[in-house]
Design a binder for this molecule. Structure first.
Ligand SMILES: [Zn+2]
Length: 86
């Protein structure tokens, strides 16, 4: 009976004398939660609808949101410039 109590006391002592293990576990838990949040964010952005388009300026095929017309801001400005020119 005394032996059992001694074993419990030793076990408690070993836990208390290892604060680095506890902090490491806490750090792991924290980083795991963080990565899960990142995963959810990427999942959300992937859910946004993207449609295949062909840029009327450079003719490149690209994927963008439904209302996108040009592949880039550069092409959009180029089209705007060409419209005003003619
Ligand atoms: Zn383009």
């Amino acid at each position: 009976m005394n032996e059992l109590q001694e074993q419990i006391r030793l076990a408690e002592k070993s836990i208390k004398t290892r604060p680095d293990w506890v902090s490491r576990a806490a750090h792991f838990e924290g980083s795991n939660t963080k990565s899960m949040t990142n995963h959810n964010a990427s999942k959300l952005s992937a859910m946004r609808k993207k449609v295949s388009h062909k840029c009327p300026v450079c003719g490149d095929a690209f994927e963008g949101i439904k209302k996108a017309v040009y592949c880039s801001n550069r092409c959009r400005q180029k089209a705007k410039y060409q419209r005003s020119k003619t």
